[in-house]
Design a protein around this ligand. Structure first.
Ligand SMILES: Cc1cc2nc3c(=O)[nH]c(=O)nc-3n(C[C@H](O)[C@H](O)[C@H](O)COP(=O)(O)OP(=O)(O)OC[C@H]3O[C@@H](n4cnc5c(N)ncnc54)[C@H](O)[C@@H]3O)c2cc1C
Length: 397
């Protein structure tokens, strides 16, 4: 029986908690180190596509997310100006088609579920990692208060501005993608499905697109309003904004959409960054996952799903191999995860180009192609996500 590995997870976001859960379920000794003084998530929604739900199944958390999630009936593509429907990808049968439902929830709900999965693992709050070192069979993380944690492996799950990544691969800033977005939630006492369909609605228009979907079991609509802009000067990662600033970016867009945007509660704005895919995430006894490894545009709703899949696979490979199983376990992790995340990252960029076409003729042509594809197979039109949703990271174990 191999000795259980001791793993230091940096970051208690969705990916770090998924990895910690998976590692613990395979018997590893895990500690989690989070820079924030209190555990929490941004006040926004999240779409958990069927592949993400299957990763949660592998973590033993499927029942919890099924209880929390709203089940959309379809992904509907609409012209942002005319409101004309371009495609409709049915989702009501997604459990039969993909082996798990497509769900929408508040991020805090998903975070709380993952936190429950890690119960028993020490969680250190206010622990800002300032660097790591890996020597021989040892990995050490350093923290701002001067303390250190030592183990067989350090996992950098510390997001897009990852310190672990910087220590391993150098200080290369993430790439501003030329797009930013507003995020907001519209509260509802009773869902108004005439105003917002019980679906993921993707409104495509010149230089931007807006995605809306239901959360909190129908008591809120989440808005992600994406807009192309060359200048993103705010130093901070996210900033408070206003409904008026958001509305000003969508002049002449469809009145039904603008009505909804005008009802948003608090509005925040974010610059959208990604990185080029990378051939390796590992050096010695340290590796990366989630946004620390492969930050991507959110246009296929896959960043968190990829972090959950990464966490599951890393936990399985490292947990099963035991403390004597390095570096083979990390090589197996990279073999399974780098090709898939690379493909998703590049497809997300391409989706942005398609969504934001400016010429009315190009938009009509795009929508005519969507429509024609939908006649042949509605699962393969629009975002064309079925190859993503089919994947079962836990079933392939
Ligand atoms: C507008 C928008 C919409 C999105 N919508 C979706 C969606 O619908 N579906 C989906 O799957 N994905 C979506 N995503 C992507 C998703 O949010 C991210 O990919 C996901 O949250 C990444 O998780 P993570 O755990 O890797 O990183 P993070 O969530 O960033 O977590 C990193 C954690 O590490 C901590 N940390 C950072 N530095 C340190 C340090 N030095 N020391 C200790 N702790 C540290 C942070 O405080 C944080 O808790 C969206 C993203 C955006 C911007």
């Amino acid at each position: 029986m191999p000795r259980a590995p001791k793993v230091i997870v940096i970051g208690a976001g969705l990916g770090g908690l998924a990895a910690a859960t998976a590692l613990r379920r395979r018997g590893a000794e895990v500690s989690i180190h989070e820079q924030a003084a209190a555990i929490g998530e941004v006040g926004a929604g999240i779409q958990i596509t069927p592949n993400g739900v299957k990763a949660l199944r592998g973590l033993g958390l499927e029942e919890d997310i099924l209880r929390a999630g709203f089940r959309p009936q379809a992904i509907i593509g609409l012209d942002g100006i005319t409101g004309r429907e371009a495609f409709r990808t049915p989702l009501s049968d997604s459990t039969t088609m993909y082996g798990a439902p497509y769900l929408q929830a508040h991020r805090a709900e998903l975070h709380a579920i993952l936190l429950k999965g890690t119960a028993g693992a020490p969680l250190h709050l206010g622990a800002r990692c300032t660097g790591i070192r890996t020597e021989g069979e040892q990995a050490v993380a350093r923290f701002a208060d001067g303390s250190e944690a030592e183990g067989d492996l350090v996992v950098g799950a510390d997001g897009i501005h990852s310190v672990v990544r910087r220590t391993l691969f150098g200080d290369v800033p993430a790439r501003y993608t030329g797009t930013m977005c507003w995020r907001g939630i519209v509260p509802f006492e009773v869902p108004d499905f005439d105003l917002v369909a019980p679906a993921t609605s993707v409104w495509n228009g010149p230089h931007g697109h807006v995605v809306t979907y239901w959360i909190r079991g129908g008591r809120g609509v989440n808005i992600v309003a994406v807009h192309e802009t060359a200048a993103w000067q705010d130093e901070s990662w996210s900033a408070r904004s206003t409904r008026d600033e958001m509305l000003a970016a969508y002049p002449g867009w469809h009145p039904r959409l603008l009505t909804l945007l005008g009802m948003a509660e608090e509005v925040f704005k974010w610059g959208l960054y990604d990185r080029d895919p990378q051939e390796s995430w590992t050096k010695g006894r340290a590796t990366l996952l989630g946004d620390a490894a492969h930050p991507m545009l959110p246009f296929l709703s896959q960043g968190a799903a990829m972090a959950l899949e990464d966490g599951y696979v890393l936990g399985r490979e490292v947990g099963e191999a035991g403390a004597s199983g390095f570096p083979a376990a990390l090589a197996a992790y990279e073999r399974q995860r780098i090709p898939r995340t690379t493909r998703v990252l590049l497809r997300a960029r391409e989706q942005g180009r398609k969504n934001h076409l400016v010429s009315p003729w190009a938009r009509r042509w795009r929508d005519a192609v969507y429509f024609a594809k939908g006649l042949i197979n509605p699962q393969k039109t629009g975002l064309g996500g079925d190859w993503l949703y089919e994947h079962d990271v836990a079933g392939s174990a």
